[in-house]
Design a protein around this ligand. Structure first.
Ligand code: 26Q
Length: 814
């Protein structure tokens, strides 16, 4: 949109006064932010409404991305930038005497997700809009996001995240589009006058689902898509039934809080309520929209796609069946054909034991009609499979088994597409985790390697780097990320390499300032900044990282004269509140940080920063400052990873196992441009039966020394936590092969130090990594989902928005 600075100033002053009835100079920073957000939302409203009408007029096929999590990060800057208003607004604010960055920083960062899966959903929302694809988010408006993490004496303590305390400027409450969601009660089928079986309900708990819509602004193409988050409320007409506080709480708690990804998660009834609530409201509102198009229902799949982001929304399958059968009066066969064509499913986990399942009686009591439908889906599936493949295959793929409802089985049987999120992950799904299904439905399985939006993760978070890239190759990479490849033309250009190094140094200085302000710790920007940012999980092996740091510390103490390449280890990680082992690792790292950071013998040689309350906003500051990216999960365990992609595209060099998307990074940059270590997935499987970590502890001097220092008081205050880690590795089998991979991990880090001594070689490698990161743009990923799974076209005007060449063709050029 076109906007002059003067017009903006006038609009801003007007907006501020209309909200607060005093002038902006008197306002708090939060109020100044709020008024700006409201104004930007006003500017985008026309495009939002036009996009909606355009899709409706053209009866555009719509994709609905069902996800229990979205992690959008702050939206003001992103929206201004995608609309092309960024420079004008910044100039205007400065003229008004306001600091644009300070105003932008006042925006709360909604933590409506746990980690990778939620952030991926948000990157996808950006790419859908930027590609002009009619894509809608469908999720939950949690009143409290993921807990806020505090460290108290090095221990993680969880504090509720009341992110809605201040009003959310981006959302619009759409009461007129509310739906009713039914839980519990008794259900039976009665024959109607047409001879059809119609369900009768009694004593159900009715919950009103109220949608809040948030815009997803496309990059310079006038497209604004919709993200719909549902909130649970007491239906007005039933107010009188909810006289007691307790009964009111039962309803309100449905959308109160996001579940942390708990490792020892016991099927909690409330989580199942959340899943069905979001699914039912979403599917109802989609069917309502579809009916406006006046298209015969048998063509529904040509106009509607529902995507199931992990199994959490797998109830989409029986819920759509319920509506088609009970409300639209379709036959089972017709409803089933439509459902299978409409639904598609992405798996995000490797571990079969982590696949979601629910006790039968829980599903039956909470969702009686849905359970009947699941039973029928299962019975028909079993019958078909048994007839062709026999008893065993039917058992292996049964939805209901051992008293549990298996959500992945439901999602696969009810979908036309099942995808993994990186090549290796998809292979593991086909050959191992979901193998019986692959044998049954090979045509359904496909890979869609994850991606990240380079507009947020390079342009917005790293403006210095993006200016440098613009200067070298022009600015087309924002709409055509494969252009980043042109940077390879500068690989021998000393001036460019030095400029790249200056950009990195400046970003490191900015992050170092932040660390000093927030955590009262001085770090040298000339040290290597070595980063591991991700949820805390044993398989991700933050403890491997810690053991290597401990080895360095011991070495510095034993050899005070030795020259050491200074290094700052940066962690960001939350542990699920009930995941004791993960919390023990946090405590040990914090205690080690205390020890190392305060030891005068160490000085700048070694520092540890554990960023408290890591989230999207911290990531935006850490990633541009990173020299080293740690992607060190045990091979075969990480489905994809996405911080690996963000860090690579910001010029960090990767220390990695061949796991998840690291394999594809490796294919792009080659062994010589990253630091690989450890066993690969096949080797892990081979060694597993004979693995003996105790022997490694006995026979390897360094391992022995490092492990002992966990339990001999070297690190003060971790008697029990140090012992817990020690025992799990030395005595209890070291499930994630930490000791096995330790030696080659240490060697990889030695290679990092050696390379850093050769600044030119380092900068060349960093530049090459940026240049090869184009294929990890979520634009490519979404283009593949759109072409190969959803079969939806783009509605951008020619020449506007994102233009893409084929992803596979870039991947093949190496
Ligand atoms: C399940 C039941 C009850 C409560 C919570 C959950 C739950 C919540 C979140 C289970 C799993 C998650 C999140 C999983 C996740 O983030 N997986 C990551 O997805 C990324 C995007 O595909 C991948 O890059 C990562 O490899 C994968 O770990």
């Amino acid at each position: 949109m076109s906007l002059t600075v003067d017009k903006f100033i006038e609009d801003y002053e007007g907006m501020f006064e209309s909200i607060y009835a005093f002038t902006y100079e008197e306002g708090s920073i939060e109020q100044q932010y709020h008024a700006l957000g409201r104004l930007v939302r006003k500017y985008l409203a026309k495009d939002w409404s036009n996009t909606r009408s355009m899709y409706l007029d053209r009866k555009a096929k719509q994709v609905y991305y069902f996800s229990m999590e979205f992690l959008p990060g702050t939206q003001l800057t992103n929206n201004m930038y995608n609309m092309g208003l960024f420079d004008t607004v910044h100039e205007g604010l400065e003229k008004l005497g306001l600091d644009p960055e300070k105003v932008e920083r006042a925006e709360p960062d909604p933590a409506l997700g746990n980690g990778g899966l939620g952030r991926l959903a948000s990157c996808f929302m950006d790419s859908l809009a930027s590609l002009g694809i009619p894509g809608n988010g469908n999720g939950i408006r949690y009143q409290y996001g993921l807990f806020e993490q505090k460290f108290v004496d090095g221990y993680q303590v969880e504090v509720p995240d009341n992110w809605l305390r201040r009003k959310n400027v981006w959302e619009i409450r759409k009461e007129q589009s509310s739906c009713m969601v039914r839980f519990g009660g008794n259900v039976w089928l009665e024959e109607d006058e047409m001879g059809q079986m119609v369900p009768q309900y009694e004593n159900t708990l009715n919950v009103l689902a109220v949608p809040y819509d948030t815009p997803a602004v496309g990059y310079r193409n006038g497209i604004v898509n919709n993200i719909r988050l549902w909130s649970a409320e007491i239906p007005e007409e039933e107010e009188s039934n909810y006289a007691t506080l307790e009964s009111r709480r039962d309803i309100q708690e449905i959308t109160q809080v996001l579940y942390p990804d708990d490792s020892d998660y016991e099927g909690l009834l409330l989580r199942l309520k959340q899943e069905y609530f979001m699914v039912s409201a979403g599917v109802q509102s989609i069917v309502r929209y579809f009916k406006k198009l006046n298209i015969p229902r048998k063509h529904m799949h040509e106009y509607v796609q529902m995507h199931i982001n992990d199994t959490h929304p797998a109830l989409v399958v029986p819920e759509l069946m319920r509506i088609l059968l009970d409300e639209e009066k379709l036959s089972w066969e017709k409803a089933w054909e439509i459902t299978k064509h409409v639904c598609s499913y992405t798996n995000h986990t490797v571990l079969s034991e982590a696949l979601e399942k629910w006790p039968v009686d829980m599903v039956e009591n909470l969702l009686p009609r849905i359970y009947m439908i699941i039973e029928e889906i299962n019975a028909r599936h079993i019958e078909e499979v048994k007839a062709i493949y026999g008893e065993q295959k039917a058992w292996d793929t049964s939805i209901i088994r051992d008293g549990m409802v298996h959500m992945a089985h439901l999602a696969i049987i009810g979908s036309h597409s099942v995808n993994g999120v990186a090549r290796l992950h998809t292979e593991i799904l086909k050959n191992d985790t979901l193998q019986p299904f692959y044998r049954l439905f090979p045509e359904r399985f496909n890979n869609k390697t994850n991606g990240v939006t380079h507009r947020r993760w390079i342009h917005l978070s790293n403006p210095l780097l993006s200016s440098l890239i613009d200067e070298k190759i022009g600015d087309k990479w924002r709409v055509s990320p494969s252009e980043l490849k042109l940077l390879k033309g500068f690989i021998d250009d000393d001036a460019t390499l030095n400029e790249l190094a200056e950009v990195k140094l400046e970003n490191k200085k900015r992050f170092a300032d932040l660390v000093e302000r927030q955590f009262d710790l001085k770090i040298s920007p000339h040290a290597i900044f070595d980063v591991q940012i991700k949820r805390l999980h044993a398989y991700k092996r933050q403890h491997l990282n810690a053991l290597h740091i401990l080895a360095r510390y011991l070495d510095i103490k034993e050899n005070p004269e030795k020259e050491v390449q200074p290094r700052v280890f940066i962690f960001g990680a939350k542990a699920a509140p009930s995941y004791l082992y993960a919390k023990e690792i946090i405590k040990v790292i914090n205690a080690l940080a205390d020890l190392v950071n305060n030891d005068p013998d160490v000085g700048d040689k070694l520092k540890i920063v554990f960023v408290e309350n890591y989230g999207v906003s911290y990531a935006e500051k850490i990633i541009p400052a990173a020299d080293v990216s740690q992607q060190i999960s045990l091979a075969g365990k990480e489905a994809s990873g996405t911080s690996n992609m963000k860090l690579m595209s910001n010029g960090a060099l990767t220390v990695a196992t061949l796991d998840g998307a690291n394999v594809e990074i490796n294919q792009l940059v080659g062994d010589e441009n990253m630091f690989l270590f450890g066993l690969n997935a096949d080797e892990v499987n081979e060694l597993r039966p004979n693995y003996n970590p105790h022997e490694l502890y006995q026979n390897n001097k360094l391992i022995h020394k490092v492990m002992n220092s966990l339990i001999d008081g070297t690190i003060p205050g971790v008697e029990s936590e140090g012992r817990a880690i020690f025992d799990s590795l030395v005595h209890y089998g070291d499930e994630y092969f930490v000791l096995e991979d330790f030696t080659s991990y240490v060697e990889a880090h030695q290679a990092v130090d050696e390379l850093y001594a050769d600044q030119k070689a380092w900068n060349q490698m960093a530049l090459l990594n940026i240049a090869e990161s184009g294929p990890f743009s979520a634009d490519f990923t979404i283009k593949q989902y759109a072409d190969e799974i959803w079969h939806v076209p783009s509605y951008s005007k020619p020449g506007e928005g994102v233009e893409l060449v084929d992803r596979e063709s870039i991947l093949e050029t190496r």
